[in-house]
Write a new protein. Sequence first.
Length: 403
Amino acid sequence: MRFRSRGTRTVRSRSGGGAKASPQPRLYALALLAVAVFLVVAGWSWIDAQARAVVVLTSVLETPVLTPTIEALASEPRVEDTVLAGSPTLIARPSGEGPWPALLFVNGTVPQGRTLPEVQNLARGLARAGYLVVVPDLPGMRNDEITEETVSSALETTRAVADLPDARDGRVGLVGISTGATIALLSAEDTDVGENVSVVAGIAPYTDIRTVLSIATTGHYLDGDEYVPYKADPFLSYVAARSVVAALPSGEDRDKLRAGLQEVARLDPDPLAELRTRSTDDLGPGAGHVVELLANDDPERFDELYAALPPGVRASMDRLSPLGEAERLTMPVELTSGAQDKYFPISESFALARIAPDCRVTVAEPLDHGEPVPSVGDLPAFGAFDGFVVRSLREARLKEPDD
């Protein structure tokens, strides 16, 4: 279709002279059209990302009308269960031919791992939105023990995803929830892996293991020069205890403490009760120091007891802190959390700005830790969470960091 020029209409003035009508209205219209086209082209990646975010969020929230509609309109992804980099892994691929932008999703500690229905829904939703999605069961994540093995396995899996033939440009976005978001950050810090990471998107991570252990044992953490109270769900103490004990050298002492923790219910309201009264007479000095740290409820003694941990245990714990190694994160980092998360203070996310110059933290009230809980009466807050999703999905699709 072509636009035709109709020429210029001539009008006669009262003085009898002729004059051409001004072409300015037509020029203004053309200018507005050019601006509109430019805005659509320039903002297309944002429009595209918002459309994809709708597909993902409806899959997670399972809305009565919108979710089945989206599922009917979008092509069903292809899902397989396999082993990748030594870990049992779910892979969800969009329909059609790749390559596609790749996402590695790391969940928090849940016994069901990749089989958790919410995880399955998220993986399928991301695949419907056009992403290659990889969900591994990393060592320790299904039995609530976060160790160096968990991090090293995440690194190997990230490399394996980048090497998949249907991962576009050999790049991968790292997405995580809770401790899984922390594992994603630790993976991105690795200099060999980081150059292949398009974005790190995390919900409610921690960034300093000392803060986690202090809250888990004393109910306080150091904010500047002052210890401030923080009420966390007791499950944090359970995972903290299992993870610190797992860092002990293999042997009788570790076996004893592990056996004691296995007797504690996963959702026990006071997971550290037995350790607080346990004698250390049957333990070596290293394991004894671990028990003393976990049994302590005085925030003023935390630093002293942490420093007294066996060097190997302390080094293992420090390596679980994204802020510990102080490596620079050069890729975009998108983090979100509720203002009062049930495990980690939101200051943990803001602290990451020290090593991540391109870090954005979104305070999203609809979040119950890793689970979005939308409220009709608080649409602006849910809009903030939607913005986090849109920006993360957009960054994962950009071919180059500066596109």
